[in-house]
Design a protein around this ligand. Structure first.
Ligand code: FAD
Ligand code: NAD
Length: 465
């Protein structure tokens, strides 16, 4: 196979890599992208998109089941709802397929060359790709490493048999009767709640003192309440020790040091993800590391000239929108634009029930900055739209500097609050003060009014509470 040369080579077509390639292509940069999987990476194929599809299906099913069981306050009743799970999975796979085709189309439209295979550095400017039809050598002026991340495996619970990763969980063809989740973080709770709604008896084993340890207790309280309502058993301060001899239960060391067996048809291990820093010839080039991640500067440059790294392989937060923003920036840098990382905040959303959203600093983080702060919280119990959606559990909370009212952070927990991330993110990115949010007309009746009211409350004059 003959060698090809290009200005920019992108390794990995996840949200980081494919956005880099599309933007570079739009700017007229001669670009090649390599991946051995369908375009879209973890996010599109086995992450964000399929998990949100499953979460939505579970939510819809649970609503119908709930209407059938209890006396629905809405006056709706149904008899014997059933679930055709293979059809649910086929619908989810259909969405993934449509998006794969969409990303390929966007890459082609931007005149990006797609090479299907496994890339490996020969040296800082040359990469060899194992393709189905032989080896392809690619020489590039600039290379972007966007190899992403993979699930962490626990030595005592290697993946295989009943022990599954999030990728396996999203490909199940039957809802397990009993699902035990090890790790009560993002994936464990998002998928644990979804499977509980689909009919599985779910238990969650979390090593820390509370689930979702990343978020403060005020934010996670409504989620913990919902876990109990859904019949999900939560063991905190507990550690998974391994499979029982028969392989039908998880052995756990509980917070008080006792040993407990949790019967389980499937054990979903979601204890974090690790950057993919092996398998692509890192040893052939000299890259400084920052712990387990590739070290980058504020332009995503690595320690080696002409080599950039973006996305999960470069550190926390391992989120698709961070990878995409880095990718867009790097493409513009390669095209000769002056860019550097100047983002004020990266929104984080946990698609649990209810959803949790956090942008900028939490009250505790803001206090650590040693400035005096003000916070205000507006509960959805006092929001008309939330009431009409049976979504009164939750709130919007605003954190601002006490002296000039600059908004430092905004958090929310509640039904559908993920869609408020745009307003929260924009407020922080634009340097809004409490008065800017309080002075913006928020349409009525919407859950977003709670944002305006939280700002008003921080100023001491909320209207509807
Ligand atoms: P990835 O998406 O991991 O892509 C890396 C790509 O590189 C892969 O396609 C891989 O095949 C390819 N690759 C690796 N090595 C090579 C090589 N040697 N040669 C060629 N190609 C290679 N994030 C959110 O923001 N919101 C969510 O709701 C969300 N939900 C998630 C749910 C789950 C179940 C999981 C697992 C993750 C979720 N994430 C979510 C995280 C999100 O998926 C990642 O942050 C995002 O995919 C990172 O993008 P990336 O481009 O850095 O890497
Ligand atoms: P996580 O870091 O969110 O949660 C892992 C949890 O496992 C933590 O609560 C941790 O305390 C616990 N844990 C660690 N070791 C344990 C052990 N031995 N026994 C019991 N508990 C243990 O990781 P994740 O859920 O695997 O998700 C990985 C990453 O993927 C996230 O950090 C996030 O960046 C990304 N993600 C994002 C979203 C989203 O944006 N909505 C959704 C899913 C995943």
């Amino acid at each position: 196979m003959k060698e090809i040369s290009c200005k920019l080579l992108v390794i990995g077509a996840g949200p980081g890599g494919y956005v880099t390639a599309i933007r570079a292509g739009q700017l007229g940069v001669d670009t090649v992208i390599v991946d051995f999987q369908k375009p879209g990476g973890t996010c599109l194929n086995v992450g964000c998109i399929p998990s949100k599809a499953l979460i939505h299906a579970a939510e819809e099913f649970e609503k119908v089941v709930h209407a059938g069981h209890a006396k629905s306050p809405l006056g709706i009743s149904v008899t014997q709802p059933t679930l055709d799970f293979p059809r649910t999975i086929a619908w989810k796979d259909g969405i993934v397929g449509r998006l794969n085709t969409g990303v390929s189309g966007l890459l082609k439209k931007a005149k990006v060359k797609i090479v299907d295979g496994h890339a490996r550095f020969r040296d800082g400017k040359t990469v060899e790709v194992e393709t189905e039809i032989g080896q392809q050598v690619i020489r590039a002026e600039a290379v972007v490493i966007a190899t992403g991340s993979a699930p962490v495996e626990l030595p005592a619970l290697p993946f295989g048999g009943p022990v599954i990763s999030s990728t396996d969980a999203l490909a199940l063809t039957k809802v397990p009767e009993r699902l035990t989740v090890v790790g009560g973080g993002y994936i464990g709770l998002e998928l644990g709640i979804a499977f509980a709604k689909l009919g599985a008896k779910v238990a969650v084993v979390e090593a820390e003192g509370k689930v979702l340890p990343l978020y403060d207790a005020e934010l996670t309280r409504p989620v913990s309440k919902r876990l109990a309502e859904l019949g999900i058993d939560v063991l905190t301060g507990a550690r998974a020790k391994g499979l029982s001899t028969k392989g039908d239960a998880l052995v756990v060391e509980t917070a008080d040091g006792a040993e407990k067996k949790l019967a389980a048809e499937k054990i979903l291990v979601t204890v974090g993800r690790k950057p993919v820093t092996e398998g692509w010839g890192r040893e052939e080039i000299e890259l400084d590391m920052a712990g387990r991640f590739i070290r980058i500067d504020d332009q995503c440059r690595t320690s080696m000239r002409g080599i950039y790294a973006i996305g999960d392989v470069t550190g926390e937060p391992m989120l698709a929108h961070r990878a995409m923003a880095q990718g867009e920036m790097v493409a513009e840098i390669v095209a000769g634009h002056r860019r550097s990382w100047d983002k004020r905040a990266i929104p984080a959303i946990c698609f649990t029930d209810p959803e949790i959203l956090s942008v900028g600093l939490s009250p505790d983080e803001a206090k650590k900055s040693s400035r005096e702060i003000k916070t205000g919280l507006f509960p959805f119990q006092a929001n008309g739209r939330a009431m009409t959606r049976l979504g009164e559990d939750g709130f919007v909370r605003v954190v601002a500097r006490a002296d000039n009212h600059l908004v430092l952070g905004i958090q929310a927990v509640g039904q559908g609050v993920s869609e408020l991330s745009t307003a929260f993110g924009l407020a922080i990115e634009m340097g809004a003060r409490l008065e800017d949010i309080a002075g913006t007309i928020h349409a009525h009746p919407t859950m977003g009014e709670a944002f305006q009211e939280a700002a008003l409350r921080t100023l001491g004059h909320a209207l509807h509470i």
